[in-house]
Design a protein around this ligand. Structure first.
Ligand code: NAD
Ligand code: LMR
Length: 332
């Protein structure tokens, strides 16, 4: 029996993500929480002939507490999305408070749940969840994940396009490390599971890297004020949740990049050495297991261009992490 909860379930990501989770054979109960519309979304999904029992909750009468009761895995896509001209950090003002309050609910009602944070800015919202959990004495770094899977999905797709065969995209694996915003997104194309076309120039590699780093902006611009990536994010979120659920149920050797606290495993120290910075959080390749983070894997051998990308990522990551931490520790 596995209960999954989506916080922000009526939104652009929340609805298709809830749909994908409803189709998962690994979930027996699906609770949807939002400040609007969840009864309708839940009624709609509940007619789908898959095992998960679906319930929708709104804030009155402790809807959040009821949604979270008995949760095994909580996914958070609650919060406002970007409009053209905004950075993810511009969302902090609104989303930091939303994520803090939802994390408080989780810490009180479902402190052992695995928490998957989608709400931006991920580089700051994940530290917010961790700090709230620390305040409630329930912090376990193995159980809190920033979902950076969309960067990985984009890298696979864009590389498959370059290879000239989209049918290989699902098999193309490229680690994307660092964080989830602009320069903090570091795709390691040199570690691609599939050889890149031999005629790719250094400039082509730079353009491809830039496209992964700013893929989110591509969607924001195309949506022209109507929000940011929702469908590809729902897909990516469901993929990561499925990997974690399989790992929790005992499957071995499942690895995915995700933004985690580097004390979650000894391997975090090696990553800190590799990036030559004592960052607390980083999106590293993580082996998932029954207790969440099983192993943090080293970055490994990368090109000198990727070294410069990593160096450029560290100051912004550090600032984003500190902003999240001090929002909870010393609220203004
Ligand atoms: P949206 O506006 O369509 O949906 C957000 C939902 O959150 C709405 O239904 C809203 O009612 C709900 N909400 C707001 N405050 C809430 C609260 N206190 N409790 C519960 N629900 C609340 O936005 P979206 O397009 O679904 O994006 C959601 C978030 O995900 C944004 O912050 C966006 O930047 C982020 N995002 C992250 C990634 C990633 O890769 N991690 C990718 C895409 C989007
Ligand atoms: C993305 O990468 O698509 C998301 O983080 C949403 C955004 O603001 O770009």
């Amino acid at each position: 029996m596995t209960k999954a909860v989506v916080l922000g379930a009526a939104g652009g990501i929340g609805q298709p993500l809830s749909l994908l989770l409803k189709t998962s054979p690994l979930i027996s109960e699906l609770s949807l929480y939002d400040i609007v519309n969840t009864p309708g979304v839940a009624a709609d999904l509940s007619h789908i002939d898959t095992p998960a029992k679906v319930e929708g909750y709104l804030p009155p009468d402790d809807g959040l507490g009821k949604a979270l009761k008995g949760a095994d895995i909580v996914v958070i896509p609650a919060g406002v999305p970007r409009k053209p001209g905004m950075t993810r950090d511009d969302l902090f003002k609104i989303n930091a408070g939303i994520v803090r309050d939802l994390a408080t609910g989780i810490a009180k009602v479902a402190p052992k749940a695995f928490v998957l944070v989608i709400s931006n800015p991920v580089n700051s919202t994940v530290p917010i969840v961790a700090e709230v959990f620390k305040q409630h004495n329930v912090f376990d770094p193995k159980r809190i994940f920033g979902v950076t899977t969309l960067d990985v999905v984009r890298a696979s797709t864009f590389v498959a396009e370059k290879i000239g065969d989209l049918s290989v995209a699902p098999a193309v694996s490229i680690p994307v490390v660092g964080g989830h915003s602009g320069v903090t997104i570091v795709p390691l194309l040199s570690q691609s599971s599939h050889p890149l076309p031999a005629n790719l120039t250094e400039d082509d590699i730079k353009a491809l890297t830039n496209r992964v780093q700013y893929g989110g902006d591509e969607v924001v611009k195309a949506k022209d004020g109507a929000g940011s990536a929702t469908l590809s994010m729902a897909y990516a979120g469901a993929e990561f949740a499925a990997k974690l659920l399989r790992a929790i149920k005992g499957e071995k050797g499942i690895v995915a990049p995700t933004f985690v606290h580097l004390t979650a495993d000894e391997g975090g120290k090696k990553v800190q050495q590799e990036i030559e910075a004592p960052l607390d959080f980083f999106s590293a390749r993580v082996e998932l297991g029954a207790s969440g983070v099983e192993k943090i894997l080293p970055i490994g051998k990368i090109s000198s261009y990727e070294q410069t990308l990593l160096k450029a990522a560290v100051p912004e990551l550090k600032a984003n992490i500190e902003k999240g931490v001090s929002f909870v520790q010393a609220p203004k």
